[in-house]
Write a protein that binds this ligand. Structure first.
Ligand code: GLU
Length: 319
């Protein structure tokens, strides 16, 4: 990124942070009771290029639960461990247009519709290998560690809250058990799924994860191949088609950035070959997407021509 572009980006995110700060539209997700207790006014924007240049504004170090953004990383782990064919047997790749927690399956293929809805995500978590729960938790921990550069920590209150109230996810899981899509260690898998969703990340962390995925799986600062380039490609495709709940079509049309959001208020965006952008603001809309986060991405996409199919899209580290 040139100095001019960097300054322009910095000024723009500072300006957007100021302009959108007073917007209190939306509400914190409260179907996980503990999430209703987060401070709704927190607001952060961060960006990182594939060569490790980092910019942020607002509460960028404040940590929150990753929630559904974990689904994208877990999908990568499953593809790497089991390969595409095995994963596709259990989880398809078609956007549904249904809400993320819909109790529906791909009836034709007897599998979950895609890895970004809860059914698919739980089927993906079921694929985590290991000898017993501790071993499986360790596998997920190690995956997070490669992206974050440190041991992940769950928010134990949110984890417990979802464990105590996540009966809809239980229903989805038992439906999949009845169809032979997942194994019969259902409660263990659900607990692992709730734990992966309760992992704490900051907006800065998400921007780094975005830069890693934008860089074909190579961490921009450690140089480590966190996930293979082939798997990374599949993760980005799913992020573009299914990452923003049932708003994914509109998002692809207007913003055009592969992204994944979570009901905790985070959005992770990936600009292939350029870098990552992340936002955090806990008030979400009817789809489950952060209201101020969506506005930030809309503006950044428009002002910097970041839509994937924009002819002016920046595509090298020098632009
Ligand atoms: N743990 C949440 C659930 O399964 C994740 C939802 C989300 O962020 O979309 O309901």
């Amino acid at each position: 990124m040139t100095v001019e572009r960097r300054d322009w980006f910095r000024t723009t995110i500072e300006q957007l942070h100021g302009e959108l700060g007073p917007d209190t539209t939306g509400a914190t997700a409260d179907y996980i009771p503990e999430l209703a207790n987060v401070d709704p006014d927190r607001f952060a924007i961060a960006g990182e290029t594939i060569d490790g240049q980092h910019l942020d504004v607002g509460d960028a170090q404040h940590r929150f639960t990753i929630q559904s953004i974990s689904k994208l990383l877990m999908y990568g782990l499953a593809l790497e461990t089991h390969g595409r064919d095995r994963v596709l047997e259990r989880v398809g790749v078609a956007p549904t247009g249904d809400s993320f927690n819909a109790i529906t399956l791909d009836e034709h293929g007897n599998r979950a519709p895609n890895p970004m809805v809860n059914a698919g995500a739980i089927a993906i978590t079921d694929l985590v290998e290991g000898d017993g729960v501790d071993d499986r938790v360790e596998t997920v921990r190690r995956m997070y560690e490669r992206y974050l550069g440190h041991r992940p920590e769950p928010d134990r209150a949110v984890w417990a809250s979802e464990r105590a109230t996540g009966h809809r996810n239980r229903a989805i899981a038992y439906l999949m058990l009845s169809r032979g899509i997942i194994d019969d260690r259902v409660e263990e898998t659900l607990d692992l799924y709730f734990a992966q969703c309760a992992v704490l990340v900051s907006t800065d962390d998400l921007a780094t994860i975005g830069a890693t995925l934008a860089n074909h799986g190579v961490h921009p600062r450690t140089g480590e191949q966190v996930v293979s380039a082939e798997v990374c490609r599949d993760m980005l495709t799913i992020a573009l088609t299914c990452g923003m709940y049932d708003y994914a079509g509109e998002w692809a049309f207007t913003v055009g950035i592969p992204a994944k959001s979570g009901v905790g208020g985070g959005i992770l965006g990936i600009l292939p070959g350029v870098g990552g952008i992340a936002t955090f603001s806990p008030r979400v809309d009817e789809y489950g997407n952060s209201v101020r986060g969506v506005r930030v991405f809309e503006e950044l996409s428009r002002r910097f021509s970041l839509h994937l199919f924009d002819p002016e899209r920046p595509w090298t580290r020098t632009t």
